[in-house]
Write a protein that binds this ligand. Structure first.
Ligand SMILES: NC(=O)c1ccc[n+]([C@@H]2O[C@H](COP(=O)([O-])OP(=O)(O)OC[C@H]3O[C@@H](n4cnc5c(N)ncnc54)[C@H](OP(=O)(O)O)[C@@H]3O)[C@@H](O)[C@H]2O)c1
Length: 230
């Protein structure tokens, strides 16, 4: 796709990686809806703030009606409760699934008809799902998060195949620790710059890659997927 024809909506665009996606897309000449639960927290120059809680069907319906010219959807919003599966709170475990799996799915279902309507005018349509290296490696310390990201991986693959005949490209970004509020407990030397990851992910998306690997750890884990589970 030519980014000048892109009208994108980024979920969770008020901070972290989502903010970097919004900034990068504006820099590439795209029209950008920066979606957030509280749109007043959005201060990215050049974007159109829009209210969107990805777990709230009414909020999703309103956003899809308001942003009716979208041809690129970036499903970025996420949470990390660090709940373990055996001892963690079931509410936290459900929140991870409601956000990463059902939230992403509901936003996708609402925006596919929007993207489809705009396909002819834009030169294509695309969806980027922000997943994780934890889609593939499942430490018990982040059991709930990893299960939700693994579900997001399956969702992404199935939806990619379903949307290919319509000319809508679906990609996954898998990445390890980035320097955002989500992982303040991780030492700085173990985190990548979310701005660098946003650039790389958009390059991959617009080049038509189905899977974008955001860092060295993710490339290593991906290469080892045929090994038996530990
Ligand atoms: N940071 C990492 O190390 C890392 C690694 C791999 C993958 N990821 C993934 O990268 C994505 C972005 O995370 P981040 O690192 O930028 O984290 P972050 O700084 O904590 O930002 C999370 C964003 O998601 C939004 N959000 C959460 N629940 C939402 C909901 N129900 N509806 C709408 N927005 C919601 C937050 O909005 P509020 O401001 O309203 O809370 C915030 O904008 C997530 O999918 C995350 O799982 C992160």
């Amino acid at each position: 796709m030519n980014t000048e024809h892109v009208t994108a909506l980024v979920t969770g665009a008020n901070r972290g990686l989502g903010r970097r996606f919004a900034e990068e897309l504006v820099g590439r000449g795209a029209k950008v809806y920066a979606a957030a639960r509280n749109p007043e927290t959005i201060d990215v120059p050049g974007v159109i703030p829009i209210q969107l809680d990805i777990t709230d069907p009414e909020s999703i319906r309103r956003a899809a009606a308001e942003a009716g010219d979208v041809n690129v959807l970036v499903n970025n919003a996420g949470v990390s409760t660090r709940a373990t599966l055996l001892d963690g709170s079931l509410d936290d475990i459900r929140l991870e699934m409601e956000t990463h799996y059902f939230g992403t799915l509901q936003v996708t279902r609402a925006f596919v008809p929007v993207i489809e309507r705009n396909l002819a005018e834009a030169d294509g349509g695309a969806i980027l799902n922000v997943l994780s290296v934890l889609s593939w490696t499942h430490p018990p310390t982040s059991g709930a998060y990893a299960a939700a990201k693994a579900a997001g991986w399956a969702l992404t693959d199935a939806v990619r195949t379903e949307l290919a005949p319509k000319g809508i490209h679906v990609a996954a970004l898998h990445v390890g620790y980035m320097d955002t509020d989500m992982v303040t407990y991780v030492p700085a030397d173990q985190k990548t710059d979310p701005g660098v990851v946003a650039k790389l992910a958009l390059d991959g998306l617009f080049a038509g890659e189905p899977e974008i690997l955001g860092d060295e750890l993710t490339r290593t884990v991906r290469a080892g997927l045929s090994s038996p589970p530990r």
